[in-house]
Structure formats: structure tokens, C-alpha cells
Design a protein around this ligand. Structure first.
Ligand SMILES: [Zn+2]
Length: 242
């Protein structure tokens, strides 16, 4: 059980406690985690900054990353396809030639330079062969935000490698992120784990469940008196009908 608490603007201690409680209620058990310890401790990402900084230093020394001063607004295309809700726009490369020296005084993020035109392939345990073209399907991506917080892409690669994770199971919305992460594994000289992406869970209107849409949480079901076994049975049915 790894607790991804790097975003201190959103993270609160009681959220983690509630998450662990809800997951145990649902029937999950873990042999390592922030509440039980383990040989790869700490399990709170906020306690692992030294690892992320070391990885950033390695990427910087290998010239895989560059400082970027663009804001989200700078790189947002004027018109976006409606399905692109969760897709990051391909970065136009504005800051690719920046040197850290020149922008020393301003706030900047570190961005990974993708090998334009290279096809990143992997075999997904659920969806089979996957191919994404660097620079077209995804662009240069942030590995450290301009507030100093390591980005999800970097933190999860560093942790999965350090914790000797062999299989990553997650939602299909992260398929393209896997291509980004494979580039990070390669740049850091690490071996990627196996990947298995699942169909996303959707509500009755077909909209994906997400925190920002006020989706039904485990806690909501629990307070309504639903038993974990009933929830699991319902998910099984939803899976077959899709
Ligand atoms: Zn930039």
C-alpha cells in the first residue's frame, strides 16, 4: 500500500486514514504500507523526496530533461476535441533549448524531452500490443512541477522500481502514460514492470467515475449500508455487460 501524498494542496492526513479504513472494509489486505511498515519503507511518497531528487539529478546529468517556464495556459490549444478531457496536449517544445543558467531566477518545471517520431511499444496484459508515437501521441512531459513537487510520472516510476513492483494494474486512461513511463525507465536504466490496464468504471450514463465528478465512493456505499460482497457482485455484472 503506497500513499501518494505529494500534492500537499490536496492531501490531508484524515484522507489517508479514511482510505485505509475503506479499503480494509472492502476486503483489501496489504503486507506493506504506511500503517504496517515493510522493507521498502517509507510508504508515504512525501517521505521519499530524496529518491525523486536523485532520479531528477540523473535525468538532468543525462540531458533527458530541460527547464520549462510555460504555464498551463501557454500550451493549451485554442480548440480541443471533447474526448480529450483527460489528455494532456502535446507540448509544442517552446522551452526545449532553455538552459537552467538563463532562467535561474524564475519559477520553472523540469520537462522530459521525448524522442520525436519513435514508436514506444509494449504488450498490455489486458489490451495486448500497444504503440504510441513520441511527439505525436504524447509530447514532452513534466517530471517536476514548478512548485518543486515531483510529477506523478516520475514518482511512480521511481517507487515501482525501488519497491520491486513486478505488475502494475490500473485504469485504461493511463495507457499513454505507460509509454511516457517506459521512456523514464529507459533513461534511468531501470527495467519496466508488466502492465495490465482495466476498462474504466462508468456510471449509468456512461460517464467515467471520478472524484471530480462527485462519483460514488466506497465511503458513500458503506454509509448506505451496502455490503462489500454486494458491491463486488455488482462490479462483476457491469464488467460482463460492457
Ligand atoms: Zn516551456
Amino acid at each position: 500500500m503506497r500513499n501518494e501524498d505529494l500534492d500537499s494542496t490536496r492531501y490531508k492526513m484524515e484522507f489517508m486514514e479514511a482510505m485505509l479504513e475503506d479499503l480494509r472494509w472492502f476486503g483489501f489486505e496489504w503486507s506493506e504500507g504506511p500503517d504496517v511498515g515493510g522493507k521498502f519503507a517509507p510508504y508515504n511518497q512525501s517521505g521519499r523526496m530524496v529518491f525523486y531528487h536523485a532520479a531528477l539529478e540523473q535525468l538532468r546529468a543525462g540531458n533527458f530533461i530541460y527547464p520549462c517556464t510555460c504555464t498551463r495556459k501557454d500550451i493549451q490549444p485554442a480548440a480541443r476535441a471533447p474526448h480529450a478531457e483527460d489528455e494532456e496536449p502535446v507540448y509544442p517544445g517552446t522551452c526545449r533549448d532553455n538552459s537552467k543558467f538563463k532562467i535561474k531566477k524564475s519559477k520553472f518545471s523540469w520537462r522530459f524531452r521525448v524522442p520525436d517520431g519513435e514508436t514506444i511499444s509494449f504488450t498490455d496484459g489486458n489490451f495486448g500490443g500497444q504503440q504510441f508515437i513520441a511527439g505525436k501521441d504524447f509530447g514532452d512531459f513534466i517530471v517536476r512541477r514548478n512548485d518543486g513537487v515531483p510529477a506523478y510520472q516520475l514518482a511512480c516510476v521511481v517507487d515501482d522500481a525501488a519497491m520491486q513492483i513486478t505488475e502494475v494494474v490500473r485504469g485504461a486512461d493511463l495507457l499513454v502514460s505507460t509509454a511516457r513511463q517506459i521512456l523514464l525507465y529507459r533513461a534511468l536504466g531501470l527495467t519496466p514492470p508488466n502492465f495490465f490496464h482495466c476498462e474504466l468504471m462508468r456510471d449509468e450514463t456512461g460517464r467515467r467515475l471520478a472524484k471530480r465528478h462527485d462519483a460514488l465512493s466506497l465511503r458513500t456505499w458503506r454509509t448506505r449500508g451496502i455490503a462489500p460482497a454486494e458491491l463486488r457482485a455488482g462490479w462483476g455484472r457491469a464488467d460482463k455487460s460492457s
